[in-house]
Design a protein around this ligand. Structure first.
Ligand code: BGC
Length: 730
């Protein structure tokens, strides 16, 4: 199978290869090493321009002023010996100017088209400003909500992250990388970074090869098959080997097995950090280890420019490897069209924040919100008087979430602004009470009571400031921070219906808050258009359809908890509450099974969960056969009926369980999902095709195959419910 667009040897590819070989033949070793060097913009100054003229830089990141981009580009093209243009990179993680929901939020849409459209908007806004390359999507499987970077992830599930990751790549890159609305994608962080010990950023991981292949690697492969042209290594050491020095991952798997022919960039100083890891003795050693492991381009730490030449002369790094690395980089530059036109047209009118982009972001925010609870409070009526309480109701900066370098908070439409603009006739009282999520000042709590007393319903906007999630922003306690829970309790004590709207960078532990809210709408930081999306959902103009891309735990101590765990030899059986345990109970009186005495074995909300204003009924599960052979396809059908009087969307999910394998298999695995629209009273038959390829995994012999045997299967609304069937693979 062809694994990237490069492998399709059409005329264009042949032409590109000729061009690259010709250029390569003219390059000195110094020229080559220069291409492998990426620098951060520390200001436009003589040192930078001199390096560019000398051909010592192949790429820059964080240069965003189009005039500056043209200046460095002109220096590279006109003043360096070979005139090779620079590739300009930037972290465009969930939007460039128009900010979309954080990736974890977008994952809740379970809708590849939503994430593709979002990436396309980002690519359009960024490329027209001269940026060629984004460091996204992040495909790290994240099963730990303490880890701040869970915000950037597509959640805990391999299948979901693979499908959505491929859609992001499609959105960024389009069909033609050289077009003026395409960005080169960079799948990151390769690999396992999401499993950092204790959720502490940059920490070690201990993922054995089989788990790596079954859980952590597949989304990368899928995104590469979708055409991703670059890949970034990760900061973690896995079982002692830092990713930027791991030739097994970068050479054996990525290049040999997957035939990846884009280029690999190290993460920020992750190469020189091999010194701190205690894996390299000095910077020269760093360069040698990384070059021999398979890193094509070094981000910021400049060990390649300082030592590669010496290392090649000493035959510690091969020239053939260097040539390949440079080829990989030049091909991406070629495909981006940089050799034809390296410049950005500064006269071009910006499409940033265009109505179309804003509406695309609003749609994404609508589909990313998850209704977790609703006891007959929602939707609200426009004639109800609303008390708007809480620090996230008008937090223009924080609503955008982490990794927003270019988005302007003045374009953010907060819930407060959205109500004033879009629902002019609604009467409301606004009392933030707390200035920001960590604010511990309870002085104004009385004001909350007064406001709620005068209203028919309270809508309380709580959550996390954007700075509390993202890179290097891990937390050991993931309750609502500060005195927000107390504020919610005060509001509830007024006796009015309470709607809790959360905006956060991670799944927070909100079990203690649920009794104080009659309805909960959860938003991972929803971006520029979060405000209008939220009111449209609260007023029922839109119907919530988001589903959890990650398990919500009851207590932080349950982490890691994810739906697709193994069964263990002693799955949980009877689980008493702490109070039910008799005093002086005998050691074995509780049964010896796997659970926490104080929080059981179940999460607060399972993966895939999310409510709607509609009610959906699942029936009529049909399998095309109760047996399939290798090479055959099983057709799985089920009928979903909207048994309510409200139109709505439902994400129908297919899970399987491989009952016995050469290794223990997860209790459930997502193998299909589809979002359908059902009018009130309407029913549709949903069809999934399941092939043995999708049932394949790396078993005891580390070969990927579907093992014969019996399977259970579910079609349902989340990972804990569904119609159950079974089949066998022969
Ligand atoms: C992050 C990457 C990011 C890079 C460049 C690093 O600290 O881990 O995800 O792309 O910086 O900004």
């Amino acid at each position: 199978m062809s694994v990237s667009l490069f492998s399709q040897k059409d005329n264009g590819t042949v032409k590109m290869e000729r061009f690259v070989e010709d250029l390569l033949s003219k390059m000195t070793l110094d020229d080559k090493i220069g291409q492998m060097n990426q620098l951060n913009l520390e200001g436009i100054n003589d040192t930078l321009l001199t390096k560019i003229k000398a051909g010592q830089i192949g790429s820059m990141l964080n240069i965003t002023d189009p005039k500056e981009i043209n200046l460095v580009q002109e220096t590279a093209v006109k003043d360096s010996r070979l005139g090779i243009p620079l590739i300009i990179g930037r972290d465009i993680i969930h939007g460039f100017k128009t900010i979309f929901p954080i990736p974890l939020g977008q994952a809740a849409s379970f809708n590849p088209q939503i994430v593709e459209d979002g990436a396309r908007v980002a690519a359009t806004e960024a490329r027209e400003r001269g940026i060629h390359w984004t460091f996204a999507p992040m495909l790290d499987i994240s099963r730990d909500a303490r880890w701040g970077r869970i915000a950037e992830s597509l959640g805990e599930d391999t299948y979901l992250a693979g499908k959505l990751g491929a859609a992001v790549v499609k959105g960024f890159q389009g069909n033609d990388l050289s077009s003026d609305n395409s960005l080169a994608a960079c799948v990151k962080h390769f690999v396992g970074y999401g499993a950092s010990e204790g959720g502490r950023d940059y920490n070690s991981t201990n993922i054995p090869e089989r788990l790596m292949r079954n859980v952590y690697l597949p989304p990368f492969r899928e995104a590469i098959e979708a055409g991703a042209v670059t890949l970034m290594t990760s900061f973690n050491d896995n079982d002692g080997i830092p990713s930027s020095g791991n030739s097994f991952l970068l050479k054996d798997i990525l290049r040999k097995e997957w035939q990846f022919d884009g280029f690999v960039v190290s993460d920020w100083a992750s190469m020189s950090e091999m010194l701190s890891h205690g894996y390299a003795v000095d910077r020269k050693d760093v360069a040698m280890l990384a070059a021999n492991a398979g890193i094509d381009m070094e981000m910021v730490s400049e060990t390649y420019v300082d030592y590669l030449k010496e290392l090649v002369t000493e035959k510690k790094v091969s020239l053939a490897d260097i040539d390949n690395y440079v080829r990989n980089i030049l091909k991406v530059k070629y495909r981006l069209g940089l050799f034809d036109n390296p410049y950005v047209d500064t006269s071009k009118v910006s499409t940033a924040y265009s109505e179309r982009h804003l509406q695309t972001a609003r749609r994404a925010a609508v589909e990313s919100a998850i209704l977790l609870k609703n006891e007959d409070v929602l939707p609200l009526h426009v004639n109800q008087k609303i008390a708007i309480i809480g620090p996230m109701a008008d937090a223009k900066h924080d609503q955008m979430g982490t990794w927003v370098f270019d988005g302007d908070k003045n374009y953010t439409v907060t819930p407060l602004k959205a109500l004033q603009r879009g629902y002019k006739n609604v009467s409301f009282i606004y009392e933030p009470i707390l200035n920001y999520s960590r604010d511990k000042n309870k002085t104004f709590f009385e004001k909350a009571k007064k406001a709620v007393g005068e209203a028919d319903v309270a809508v309380v906007f709580l959550g996390e400031e954007s700075i509390l999630s993202g890179e290097a922003h891990s937390l050991s306690n993931i309750n609502l921070i500060g005195v927000q829970s107390e504020l919610l309790q005060v509001v509830k004590s007024c006796g009015k219906p309470v709607v809790l709207v959360v905006m956060a960078g991670r799944p927070l532990t909100i079990e203690r808050d649920l009794p104080y809210a009659d309805a909960v709408l959860y938003n991972f930081h929803p971006g520029t258009m979060g405000g209008p999306a939220i009111w449209d959902l609260l007023f029922g103009k839109e119907n919530p359809s988001g589903k959890l891309p990650v398990t919500f735990v009851r207590e932080v101590g349950q982490i890691p908890m994810y739906y697709n765990h193994n069964n263990t030899g002693r799955p949980a059986q009877w689980i008493p509450t702490l109070d039910e345990i008799p005093t002086e109970a005998q050691q074995t009186s509780l049964g010896n099974t796997s659970f926490y005495l104080d929080s059981g074995d179940k999460p607060l909300f399972p993966f895939g969960y999310g409510l709607s204003y509609s009610k959906f009924k699942y029936s009529g599960l049909q399998l095309s056969s109760d047996k399939i052979k290798q090479g055959e396809t099983l057709m799985v059908k089920a009928t979903v009926k909207n048994v309510s009087n409200v139109d709505g969307d439902e994400v129908v999910q297919l899970y399987v369980r491989d009952l016995v394998g050469s290794i223990a298999r997860p209790v459930k695995e997502l193998k299909g999902f589809t979002k359908i629209h059902l009018k009130a009273g309407e029913s549709k038959q949903v069809e999934f095709q399941l092939t043995p390829e999708e049932l394949a995994f790396y078993g005891r012999d580390l070969q990927k195959k579907a093992e014969a045997g019996d399977f259970k299967l579910w079609v349902g609304p989340n990972s804990a419910e569904g119609l159950e069937g079974g089949f066998s693979l022969q």
